[in-house]
Write a protein that binds this ligand. Structure first.
Ligand code: SF4
Length: 503
């Protein structure tokens, strides 16, 4: 196997160098993967569809929690079974000793956000001979600096950390994209090692984010997921400095950014927003229909003592904040994640969390049983909760969350809602696009529920990425069911490149 993988690229591949790529972890890591893939293509490498076709493999790892570390180490092992030319990057790459302990034969290791270093190793392992003739030709489909007129390399020495370039290779479907507005984090949550792995927060300029978003929407993207470690803190590190977007100076502030993004006419979805006071302004924009009425707010707990032990940012008076948000935007869908069984959590404190859940009636909820992360400060806290109690609390928590989700979704029956179509769910013999799977404005891809639709009169007409109007006819714990009523024209305020059908 190894021999087959390590055959020189020249043998039967006419000099084409193929690189396999494995992308693990969160959407933030996905954006890093897109940047590396963009640069690979820019430099003339091909992306191999399988290990068997690859002359080298890049593994973009996750190091957030112990199971993610394990998954990353397993993926590295699988890549090494195929080739010795394995480059490891990403969060776990910040801890090379952990990788080398298990896999001493990896060819190279880099940390996260390290497009330059990864590319340097790729060039060393798989040099591409420059052809005297083709080397003079312009590169097709290059990476574009978000605000540049000319294609430039992603490894532009003038690009500062965080002000990274817009990837032109996307790992998501064309109709949605993740846009990373900052990297790193200034907090010190006791259970998290992200700041140790990724460093302090570095925000991108608003102009850079806006040009990237503009380009994505012009290329057919209809939904932007705004991500970072702490989206509410966007711009703090660069003192909200202004930058140019279409002749205007825009502050690197979340509200200003949201206003401008909203004007482009695509769906704009906010993730990892902590409940700081200025988030109210964002919710006002949601109430005015400028950005999606959706907030992904990782609350993690409701007991003040546990939140303090966790050292969570923006904690306190959570119920009041949520009530206020709902006044400002009654349509608001709130997604959150929680940790149960944090060290020291008593039964009373867990009950406090359940009561909060009942009162807050959050729309979408995810929960994890606390697990130790090497190097995280929470490991040293007293009163670790036995595993069976953690699991029992997680089951009780999920039971309540599921009941609330069922009740909230049932309230949507009879309503007409916008649904973005992600995939077809056709049975054999159906016209393509008869049964559809999509999401409402209240559902983010991959983490929230889905809407199963029957296309009815629109069978065969609806395309992936269309935004349709649908009547909701049924619901269960997590998903909705209904029928397409209308297929309105998609009209963003950004000129569209090329022809994308009706939408
Ligand atoms: S806010 Fe807390 S949990 Fe989130 S990345 Fe920063 S330290 Fe980690």
């Amino acid at each position: 196997m190894t021999e087959m993988m390590e055959r020189p690229a020249e043998s039967g591949t006419a000099g084409v160098k193929k690189v396999g790529f494995i992308s693990l972890g969160c959407p933030k890591a996905l954006v890093d993967s897109e940047r590396i893939l963009t640069q690979l293509r820019f430099e003339g490498y091909e992306v191999a569809p399988s290990y068997e076709d690859a002359h080298a493999v890049i593994v973009n790892t996750c190091g957030f929690i112990t199971p993610a570390v394990e998954e990353s180490l397993t993926a590295i092992g699988e890549a090494l079974d195929a080739t010795s030319k394995v480059i490891v990057t990403g969060c776990l790459g910040e801890r090379p000793e952990k990788i080398l302990e298990r896999h001493p034969k990896v060819a190279a290791i880099t940390g996260s956000e390290a497009v330059d270093d990864v590319m340097m190793h790729v060039r060393e392992l798989l040099p591409i001979e420059t052809d005297a003739f083709t080397g003079l030709l312009p590169v097709a489909a290059p990476g574009m600096r978000a605000d540049a007129e000319q294609p430039v390399s992603l490894t532009d020495p003038n690009a500062r950390h965080g002000d990274v370039l817009a990837p032109s290779v996307k790992l998501t479907p064309r109709h949605y994209a993740y846009v990373k507005i900052a990297e790193g984090c200034n907090h010190t949550c006791a259970f998290c090692i992200i700041p140790k792995l990724r460093g302090r927060q570095v925000s991108r300029d608003a102009g850079s984010v806006l040009y990237e978003s503009f380009r994505l929407i012009a290329g057919g993207t209809k939904e932007l997921m705004i991500i970072s470690q702490d989206t509410s803190a966007y711009g703090v590190d660069i003192r909200y400095r202004e930058s140019e977007f279409q002749g205007e100076q825009i502050r690197a502030h979340l509200t200003d950014l949201a206003v401008k993004l909203g004007e482009m006419g695509a769906w704009v979805r906010m993730h990892y927003v902590y409940p700081y006071p200025h988030v109210e302004k964002l919710v006002e924009l949601m109430g005015q229909g400028k950005i999606l009425p959706y907030l992904d707010v990782p609350l993690q707990h409701a007991s003040p003592r546990i939140l303090k032990l966790m050292r969570r940012p923006g904690a306190g008076r959570q119920l009041d904040t949520i009530r206020r948000w709902r006044e400002l935007c009654p349509e608001l869908v709130i997604r959150s994640t929680f940790i149960v069984g944090f060290p020291g959590e008593t039964e009373e404190e867990f009950q406090e969390l359940l009561t909060f859940l009942e009162e807050a009636r959050l729309d979408r909820v995810g929960a994890f049983a606390y697990s130790d992360v090497e190097e995280a400060d929470a490991r040293a806290l007293p009163g670790h909760v036995p595993e069976e109690i953690k699991q029992e609390r997680l089951a009780r928590f999920m039971e309540v969350a599921q009941r609330i989700s069922t009740e909230k979704l049932a309230e949507k029956i009879g309503r007409v809602m916008d649904v973005i179509i992600d995939e077809f769910n056709d049975d054999e013999g159906d016209l393509p696009g008869t049964r559809l799977i999509g999401r409402t404005k209240g559902d983010a891809p991959g983490i929230d529920g889905q809407v199963y639709l029957y296309a009815g009169d629109f069978a065969g007409q609806v395309k992936i990425g269309d935004i349709v109007r649908a009547r909701i006819e049924d619901s269960d714990e997590y998903d909705l069911f209904g029928e397409v009523l209308e297929r309105p024209e998609w009209k963003p305020n950004v000129p569209q490149l090329g022809h994308f059908g009706k939408h």
